[in-house]
Write a protein that binds this ligand. Structure first.
Ligand code: CP
Ligand code: NVA
Length: 302
C-alpha cells in the first residue's frame, strides 16, 4: 500500500506513468467518454482548512471515476472535539478505500497514515502541497514539453508550495531559482534541496532571469493569519510584475496555485495576461488527481 504524503513518495518512473495516464484521462473527460475504474470505491475527504479547488477536484474526480465521496470538516466531525487522529484513522479507514486530508502539521497526516488501512493523500499541509505540484508540472508539460533541465523561479514565501517545488526539482531533474524575503526562507532540510537543483537569490528580479516558468503564492498561507500585517511589509518587493516576466525567457509561463491576491503577490496584468496558465493549472488538479487515485488503488493499469 502506498500513501502520497509528500512529492518524494513516488519515483520519477511513477511520475512519468502518472503524467501519461492523466493526459489520457483528461482526453476521455473532454470527449465525454466514460472512465469508471473505481466503481463501489469511496474516498473520504477531511478538511481542517478551507478549500475550493481541492474539494471540487477530488469530489468531481472521484464521481467521474465511478466512485463516491464522504466530506468531513473539523467543525462537523469529532476531529474538532479532540478525538485522537490515530483513532479517527482506524475508524475511517475501515469504511472507505482512500482518504484525502488537508490539515496543519505534516506530523498529523503522518500519524493518520500510520494508522490507516487504506492509502492517504496529502491535500495540503503547512509543509507540503504535492497534488498542486503534480498539476503544475503536468500543466508545464502540456504547454512546453518535458520539465527536465528547465528553470522554475519561485518568488515569495518559503512555504508548502516552495518546499514541494524543491522536492520535485531534485527528483525530476530541473532547477528552481528561489527568492524569498529575509526571515521567510525555505527550510532546506524539509524541502530536500540539493545543490544542483536550486539556487537562492535575494533579488526576485535576478531570480527571474532565464526562467521557463515564474510562479508565486499568497504572502500569508492558511494558519499564519496572525502574521498578516508583518508579512505585507516584508513581502512588498516580492510581487510578480511585468518587469519580472520580461526578465524571464520570452516564452516563460506564469503559474499560481490560487487563490490569488492581485496587487499583492502578483499584478493583475501578469495573472490575467497572455503568459499565465492559471486556469489550466486549476483544471488539471482534477485530471492528475484522478490518475493518482486510480494508481494508488489499482496500480499501473496500462
Ligand atoms: N490551490 C488550492 O489548493 O486551492 P484550494 O485552497 O481552493 O483547494
Ligand atoms: N500556501 C497556500 C496555498 C493555498 C492553496 C496555503 O497554504 O494557504
Amino acid at each position: 500500500m502506498k500513501h502520497y504524503l509528500q512529492f518524494n513518495d513516488l519515483s520519477a518512473d511513477e511520475y512519468s506513468y502518472l503524467f501519461e495516464r492523466a493526459a489520457l484521462i483528461k482526453k476521455k473527460f473532454k470527449a465525454y467518454e466514460k472512465h469508471h475504474p473505481l466503481v463501489d470505491r469511496t474516498l473520504a475527504m477531511i478538511f481542517e482548512k478551507a478549500s475550493t479547488r481541492t474539494r471540487v477536484s477530488f469530489e468531481a474526480g472521484m464521481y467521474q471515476l465511478g466512485g463516491s465521496v464522504v466530506h468531513l470538516t473539523t467543525g462537523d466531525s469529532q476531529l474538532g472535539r479532540a478525538e485522537p487522529i490515530e483513532d479517527s484513522a482506524k475508524v475511517i479507514s475501515r469504511m472507505v478505500d482512500l482518504v484525502m486530508i488537508r490539515t496543519y502539521e505534516q506530523s498529523k497526516i503522518e500519524g493518520f497514515a500510520a494508522n490507516s488501512r487504506v492509502p492517504v493523500i496529502n491535500g495540503l499541509t503547512n509543509e507540503y502541497h504535492p497534488c498542486q505540484i503534480l498539476a503544475d508540472i503536468f500543466t508545464f508539460i502540456e504547454h512546453r514539453g518535458s520539465i527536465a533541465g528547465k528553470t522554475v523561479t519561485w518568488v515569495g514565501d518559503g512555504n508548502n508550495m516552495a518546499n514541494t517545488w524543491l522536492q520535485a526539482a531534485a527528483l525530476l531533474g530541473f532547477k528552481v531559482h528561489v527568492s524569498t524575503p529575509r526571515g521567510y526562507e525555505v527550510d532546506q532540510k524539509l524541502a530536500g534541496a540539493t545543490t544542483g537543483s536550486c539556487q537562492f537569490f535575494s533579488d526576485p528580479l535576478e531570480a527571474c532571469k532565464g526562467a521557463d516558468l515564474v510562479t508565486t503564492d499568497v504572502w500569508t498561507s492558511m494558519g499564519y493569519e496572525a502574521e498578516n500585517e508583518a508579512r505585507k511589509k516584508a513581502f512588498a518587493d516580492w510581487c510578480v510584475d511585468a518587469e519580472m516576466m520580461a526578465a524571464a525567457k520570452p516564452d516563460a509561463l506564469f503559474m499560481h496555485c490560487l487563490p490569488a491576491h492581485r496587487g499583492e503577490e502578483v499584478e493583475a496584468d501578469v495573472i490575467d495576461g497572455p503568459q499565465s496558465v492559471v486556469w489550466d493549472e486549476a483544471e488539471n488538479r482534477m485530471h492528475v488527481q484522478k490518475a493518482l487515485m486510480e494508481y494508488l488503488l489499482l496500480g499501473k493499469v496500462a
